[in-house]
Design a binder for this molecule. Structure first.
Ligand SMILES: Cc1ncc(COP(=O)(O)O)c(C=O)c1O
Length: 425
């Protein structure tokens, strides 16, 4: 067995701790939807979901059906609700969603018609969430479209009360109507084939859509409280109009991590939380008391594979964008932009080595990068450097690197490459 060139360490205890801290913060009555899309922001979706289930989380969000299927197939015995953010764009996608007990989003009039027709063809209810666009301009029905939506949906079975999906383990919600038929025991969602694979006719033979929630997404929750308040106001107005038109009462949600911290009014019935669960603060919100309680889940380390001393005036790496101002001890690490370490951090990032922060120097290469280890004469080949995480008293935070790059922490962790070794459980 050899040590990999660079690797992730994942602290699942920290993830469980963060989930409990977020749940405590929002209160037991609110639902925590854990966002585990993009392989749980690079942390590993299956392991993250498993750890979160152990912490009592029972609601999960991914982006795509493929991500949803991966989770269902990897965790067949676990009961949890699962929602995709991409609205299904064909009857086939709705069918697959039903087969894997995945709840889909309806975000447009066409999307509504498509889902409704598919539900009729399947002869069973599809669990769906309605998204409203209140300023993100990405997905969602606009307030102007609500009258047409209500008109389009004014059919006899439209007012069927929304059912709640039962949870067999770790869940908090009692079913009122089973999506699998009255008198039948609903199978755990962890058994997708059984849960929906046979697509049998249930009590909802007139096949209504079963509304699970209405939600919106904030565009500027970390930067513009007034705009966020306006989005919330529009959202609640949209909900008022929907309900006035006969739309059933469902849980409401709007806040993701930043909104959760900056807009307490937006907590509503549920939150959709990603970043905070991974122990990372949204940009500019590092000093929020909740963030102080959270522990980073991910550390990224690489090995020193060579050490040399270069004379004053000599360049380092492509383009010689670093020139030694003094005789300089250069340590080369086995990690580069092909692993997802951004080239944009060239000459800017701190890296921890032997419990101290040292500067990255010279352009980040595909498979290697260099650090200035002049002040650490004891550094040698085989030493472990920390790109993200804690090394003794020295710490490199994702938030710091994101700020240097003028990007979000989300982008940094989701771009950590496939080549990076991950712990196998
Ligand atoms: C619709 C939606 N909700 C929630 C989230 C979670 O955001 P965060 O990781 O900032 O909590 C995202 C993330 O991109 C999202 O797109």
């Amino acid at each position: 067995m050899h040590t990999p060139p660079n690797w992730l360490e994942l602290d699942w205890d920290a993830l469980r701790h963060n989930a409990r801290a977020v749940q405590d913060y929002i209160g037991a009555k609110r639902t925590l939807w854990a966002v585990v899309k993009a392989d749980a922001y690079g942390h590993g979706a299956v392991q993250a979901t498993d750890a979160l289930l152990q912490a009592g989380v029972a609601h999960f969000i991914v982006a795509s059906l493929d991500e949803a299927i991966t989770l269902r197939e990897a965790l067949p015995q676990r009961a949890f609700r699962l929602m995709t953010l991409y609205p299904p764009t064909s009857p086939d996608e709705w069918r697959t969603a039903a087969e894997y007990a995945v709840e889909g989003v309806i975000d447009s009039l066409e999307g509504y018609a498509r889902a409704y027709k598919t539900a009729q063809q399947l002869g069973r209810a599809l669990p769906v969430h309605l998204e409203l666009d209140t300023g993100m301009s990405r997905l969602g029905l606009t307030l102007e479209e609500i009258p047409r939506f209500l008109e389009q949906s004014r059919v006899p079975d439209f007012l069927t009360p929304s059912f709640r999906f039962p949870l067999q383990a770790g869940g908090t919600e009692a079913p009122s109507v089973s999506p699998h038929g009255v008198g039948r025991t609903a199978p755990a969602h962890g058994s997708p084939r059984e849960a929906g694979g046979t697509l049998r006719r249930g009590v909802n033979s007139n096949a209504p859509l079963a509304w699970q929630s209405v939600f919106t997404h904030f565009a500027c929750a970390d930067s513009d409280p007034e705009f966020t308040a306006e989005q919330l106001r529009m959202f609640l107005e949209g909900v008022r109009r929907l309900r006035a038109g006969g739309f059933p009462e469902t849980p409401l949600h709007a806040a993701a991590s930043a909104g959760l911290l900056t807009a307490p009014d937006s907590l509503l019935d549920a939150v959709r939380c990603g970043l905070l669960l991974y122990g990372i603060a949204p940009t500019g919100l590092e000093s929020h008391p909740l963030c102080a309680q959270l522990r980073p889940v991910l550390s990224w380390r690489a090995r020193v594979i060579s050490v040399r001393t270069i004379p004053k005036g000599q360049g380092v790496s492509y383009g010689a964008r670093f020139r030694a101002a003094r005789p300089t001890r250069v340590a080369t690490l086995s990690v580069g932009y092909a692993d997802g370490y951004p080239i944009g951090l060239t000459n800017r990032a701190p890296i921890a080595l032997r419990g101290k922060l040292v500067p990255q120097i010279g352009r980040v290469c595909m498979d290697m990068l260099m650090v200035d280890a002049t002040d650490l004469p004891e550094v040698q080949v085989g030493d472990v450097a920390t790109l993200i995480g804690q090394d003794g008293a020295a710490s490199v935070r994702v938030e710091t690197l994101a700020r240097l790059l003028e990007t979000t922490p989300h982008e940094l962790t989701t771009r950590i490459g496939r080549r990076v070794a991950r712990p196998q459980v």
